[in-house]
Ligand binder design. Sequence first.
Ligand SMILES: [Zn+2]
Length: 248
Amino acid sequence: MSSLREKLRVLEELQQIDLDAHAAKTGLDAIPAERAKLEVSVKEARKAYDDQKARLENNEREKRQVETLLGMDRDKVKKWEGRLGEIKTPREYAAMSREIDIAKKSNETQTEAGKALAAAASEIKRLLEASGEALAEVEDAAETAAAKLDKATAEAEGKLAALAVRRATAATLVEASLLAKYENIRKRRAGVAVAAVVGSTCKGCQRNIPPQLSIVLQRVNTIETCPNCHRIIYSHDAVNPPAPPPPA
Ligand SMILES: [Zn+2]
C-alpha cells in the first residue's frame, strides 16, 4: 500500500474527480429542461403562424360566401329587371321594383363586406408573412441550440466516462476503510470530504485549526479531520512539497 502522503494525494484526486463529475452531471441533468424550452419556443412560434393561417382561411371562406351571395343577388336583379316589362299591373310593378331595390341594397352591403374582407386579408397576409419569418428564425435558432445541446451531452457523457475510469483506478490506491470514510464525509458535507489547510485555515470551512493540529499535519503520519467541519484535512505544502531545485 502507498504511503500516507500518497494516499492523501489520491484523496485529493478523488475529490477533484468527484467535483468534476458532479459538475458534469449537473450540466447533463439541466439539458432536458433546455430542450423542452426550445420545443416550447418553436411550438409557440408555430401556433402564432397557424393562427394567422387559420384567420386567412376564414377570411377567404367568408369572401367566397359573399361572392356567392353577390352573384346570386345580381342574377336575381337581372332576372327581375327582365321581367319588369312583362308586368301588367302597377301594383305588381311596384312590388317587383321594391324587390329589386331590396336586392340591390343587399348587393351594396355584400360589396362593402367584400371590400372589408379584402382589406382585412391584406393585413392578415402581412401578419402571416411576419409570423412565418419569425417561425423560421425560431426553428433555426432551436436547431442550432439543439445541436449545441447534443454536443454538450456527448462531451459531458464522455467526460463522465473518463472520470469513472480515473476514479476506479484512484479508488484502488487507498484502503476500503479510508475510501468509506471519504464517501461518508462527502455525503454529509456538500460533496467535499477533503480540504487542504493553507497557513492554519481549513479551506473546507475557512476556520482556523488549533496550532497543535497544524504541527501534526506537517508530519503527514495520520489521517486528521477538521475539528470544525469534520472533513479530512491535510497540509497542502506537506503533502505536495515543492520539487527540489534541479542540481546545478
Ligand atoms: Zn474545516
